[in-house]
Design a protein around this ligand. Structure first.
Ligand code: CA
Length: 237
């Protein structure tokens, strides 16, 4: 499997941390582990990234210049667009009250500095598993349609679906981001990656193929066209 595909499956993490050495260490660790990583030194930098990168998880330092991590966590939770993004707070050693306040803001977990890489990665995996609607095997299921990111296998009502890697990535993105409309441009960024040059028309081609793949199993209608906007994965009619 290509590294990029592996990273896509593992997810994207936004690190908000003002200390550059810690940011670097986190970036190195996360990339080595197969995550896509983006970084911000403060909330001001994090804000546009949260909107454009749509991370699967935010690693948020408590003590930041400007707005602190706890207040930012609260904002992420109060915004309907970002409410579901899991947050792990990074807190300084011994600040027991902070930890409790951190969880009060809606953070999913916290890790105390200095932390071990192993511990942090375990927390990330646990939080992602909890929030990503996955069972322990990592299989995602919606109404009889199942995806296994580990094996790239798709089944529809227990029949194996023959699917290409790009259609798999597209379906994986949709199924993990249901009921939301994405423009062609957003789908390109999320599924193909920002550094790849692909025409917007390519999205239509792959949507067509994905529908054709799902059609024999009666799942094509889950991929809906939203006129003059883009596409949506929806189990509602
Ligand atoms: Ca700090």
């Amino acid at each position: 499997m290509l590294n990029r595909e592996k990273a896509f499956m593992k997810g994207k993490i936004l690190v908000v941390e003002d200390e550059a050495p810690i940011r670097e260490m986190l970036g190195y660790t996360l990339m080595k582990e197969g995550y896509i990583f983006c970084e911000a030194a403060d909330v001001e930098q994090a804000r546009p990234l949260l909107a454009s990168e749509k991370p699967d998880l935010v690693l948020l330092d408590w003590m930041l210049p400007g707005m602190n991590g706890a207040d930012y966590a609260r904002r992420i939770r109060n915004n309907p667009d970002t409410r579901d993004i899991p947050i792990i707070m990074l807190t300084a050693r011994g600040e027991e009250a902070d930890k409790i306040r951190g969880l009060d803001t809606g953070a999913d977990d916290y890790v105390t500095k200095p932390f071990s890489t192993k511990e942090l990665l375990a927390r990330i995996r646990a939080v992602m598993r909890r929030t990503k609607n996955m069972d322990d095997g990592g299989i995602i299921s919606v109404k009889g349609l199942s995806l296994d990111p580990e094996t790239f296998r798709v089944t529809a009502d227990e029949q194996t679906v023959d699917i290409s890697p790009t259609e798999f990535r597209l379906l994986h993105f949709f199924i993990t981001h249901p009921e939301r409309v994405y423009s062609r441009d957003q789908l390109l960024d999320q599924v193909w990656g920002q550094n790849v040059y692909v025409e917007e028309r390519t999205v239509d081609v792959h949507i067509r193929r994905l529908r054709k793949t799902l059609e024999p199993y009666n799942y094509a209608q889950l991929i809906q066209t939203v006129r003059s906007v883009g596409y949506r994965f929806s189990t509602r009619n």
